[in-house]
Design a protein around this ligand. Sequence first.
Ligand code: AMP
Length: 441
Amino acid sequence: MPKSVIKTTKKKAGSGQEKILFRAPRGMHDILPEDQPWWNKARKTIDEVADFYNFSRIDTPILEEAAIFEKGLGTTTDIVSKQMYVLRTKGGDRLVLRPEGTTGVIRAYFEHGLSRLSQPLRLYYVGSFFRYERPQAGRYRELHQVGFEMIGGEDDPIYDAQMILVSFRLAEELKIKNLIVQLNSIGCRNCRPVYRRRLQEYYRKMSSGVCKDCRARLNLNPLRLLDCKEENCEKVKSGAPTIINHLCQSCRSHFKAVLEYLDELGLPYTLNAYLVRGLDYYNRTVFEISSENNASFAFGGGGRYDYLGEIIGKRKTPLPAVGSALGMERLIEEMRSRGVNGTLRSRGRVFLVQIGSPAKIKALGLIEKFREANIKALESLGRASFKSQLRIADKEGVDLSLILGQREVFEDSIIIRDMKSGNQETVPIGKMVEEVKRRLK
Ligand code: AMP
């Protein structure tokens, strides 16, 4: 191993220095036991919200054929053109570490004939996604998302409103406050081309004032011009024509209805005429959810994607669908910075202290008795000293300790120690669980 690969890091005071040979890949992170309470809370809340709104869980493979993203998201999108982790298998297949969830879900919808189920089919997923982006605060190369999809049925605007509602409620249930929904409609294949031309005409005139990337977008994917965060490009954007003024009658009334549903619900939203979102598959409603304090840092977003089914499933007609995805890292960072508590693991109620090898031999079997009785029992089987075991029992905050020494093994008994009062009582081992239950009441 070359010396330069060996990095050292200072661990917390008292633990000295440890040499680190390997680190997690750049932009990827470990979710340590100390982080898990927030992840547990997020996962549990996701399951509860999904269950209430009647979404069923779906899990799709982490790897998918590269072609489905190229077709589904569009080759000119940043995700496909710059951010995909592509690999070739020994068998010659070109696979991709999935950069997003919707495309795989739609692939599964067709592959398993899920249109036979009641439509719109409500599905949700939770998992890892991979994007080769420049890592920075809140931006990772392995990210986790929860996604909701409503697939099939009608393109009724009530589903768009409900999708926004579900995403909003999830963030709210995680105690994230001051949420705001930004909303726009990006039209359909009838009205969008007209707008796209207007946008190109405008940007052609202004092309000297925009960045290099935007000059490329002008021909390849003009809608993405509106996504650029460069200062000069932002200035140019502020004078650009808006799609809202170019929507066809049908898209306009669809969008108006979505807004009416949101008004009726009292969900706070603002119209953002330049919100287009990064992916090609969206049509009509697009939205993002962020906090009022930092509107450009979205927790999640989504929209309608009626054409994806045609692309992935070779349908002759659109497959109405609407979805949303929220970034778990961002939700969790927000929870933690707001002081929201996570969900802790359950507390042990009893602790088995064993002294001497005959007791150690019996210990594993005794713990099983508590498992059968559904009482969480802790132990420290590798330790021999009575004192150190009792200290751990105290630290764990158990109600009772059960002490088994050589004499107790010989007499078929066990000592029950009340950790608060320090009182101890010897009981027959056959009555151990019953006696513990009585004291835990
Ligand atoms: P998208 O799939 O791009 O629409 O993103 C949906 C949400 O996922 C965003 O609002 C973020 O919360 C989160 N997200 C997207 N990309 C990343 C990333 N690279 N790192 C962390 N979170 C991300």
